[in-house]
Design a protein around this ligand. Sequence first.
Ligand code: AHR
Length: 535
Amino acid sequence: MLNSRPSTRPNSIATLFLVVGLMAASAPAIAADTVALSIDLTKPGAKIDRNLFGQFAEHLGHGVYEGVWVGPKSEVPNTRGIRNDVVAALRALKVPNVRWPGGCFADEYHWRKGIGPRRAVTLNPNWGGVTESNEFGTHEFMDFLDQIGSRAYLSINVGSGTQAEAADWLEYMTTAEPTALAQERAANGHPAPWTVPYLGIGNESWDCGGNMTPEYYVSQLKSYARFSRNFNPAQQKESERMLKIAVGPGGDGPRWTEWTDVVMKAWKAHTWSWDMDGLSLHNYTVVRWPPAYKSVGFGETEYAEILKSTLDMDRLITTHSAIMDKYDPEKKIALAVDEWGAWYARLPGSKEGFLVQQNSVRDAVLSALNLNIFARHADRVRMANIAQMVNVLQGMIMTDKEKMILTPTYHVFRMYTPFQDATFVPVTFEAGFYTHGPIALPRVDAIAAKDKAGKVWLAITNVDPVRPVDIDAALAGVVAKAASGETLTGLKVDSVNTFEVPNSVAPKVLTVAIKGGKLSVTLPPMSVTVISVEQ
Ligand code: AHR
């Protein structure tokens, strides 16, 4: 369970301060206020997989119930029980996949309770011990995906289910043959088979998913991967086949490197009868367990500490990618960071286990830093799912009955949509450090990409919460004809959107000049900016 985590997460405050203290001592003098960036379009890198912008919707708190599902009789405008406002907002994000039904919930989920006209009321012991109505089940999830224009990333129950239960779920969802399960699906309203492009084999099987050793998990993985078949005729081609994602590590200490090593070694020796396509990585920005940082009402110290901690993502990916490279130098197996984001103390007055937190300018900056890390590792990291989509942890959206607000994180995801499936191009710059007490962080972060239509996209984050920065960006390999941008910031490090003031943190148009072929722009403090360049 989650409270076993303190001993497994390495981010002790003492280590943090020692490391950043050393960094600060050796940091060069603060760079001049104009930062020169060079974008080299002659050296294209990997594709930034659209699946890096995936979402995660667990049956947890008001993530699904109230956040997505209100039921057909609700006064909240809905289509077949699913909130219209949330659907419209998510459509704008071009959500590539949604991981469901958990999380820890998935390893106690029995899909049969969530189909048909009569749904059994069960319990959700992981998250507050509340009742689970099972009103939102397979059909409702797939309807939700259709409404938002996304695809399924299903997590099967390895912890307390059976191979037969998982196999039946997939047959129920995907077969076009007139089997009893297909007929039951048709009787429940969906005669055509569904597409299931991604399948997670368990969740955190080293913890809430069954406390398994890596060796025991591997034997489970082999048999679940063998028997979880996708029968959809449209998914039999190699390019369309269902990809299976194995449970991967939850940190980067020896326990986690061993886990990656054991799973990857097993994959390397795999026979025809089972296979996998991805290995998951879970990493929350929390600094220490249990989560204690406030999500609103904090100052610059907490801003700097959280952002310092979030940059650990790069080290984790580098560590596990190196182990994967040993067994898979061709990078056939994707690293899927299928749970990431900030995990703060719950908001006062919210229910324990519902993981309700606010979402501030700090989270906008944090999102951009992580998305940039994923993009820089795009050859190996080909899927990521922020936790979680609505009303839980670092969500895109918060709802309160009929009201809905978009969070700063939502805006970053919307601004980054052009990076989906674009080709990474290298950006180099020397911007110096933003320092606060003993903490020193790179002052600026940036990525660039070229989309299929030939447009160039540049995302720049000014981490410094006090100083604006002037950027001069030179582009090798294109002649910039026109450029435009939008930027997201707020008045304070903890500025948030609320139901009363929903647009305190919202993107604004930014003027981008072209001088002598270079882009010239001024970025506000603590901001995320995305610029498009026509050539
Ligand atoms: O996202 C909340 C929980 O965090 C998930 O259920 C679990 O997989 C992880 O521990």
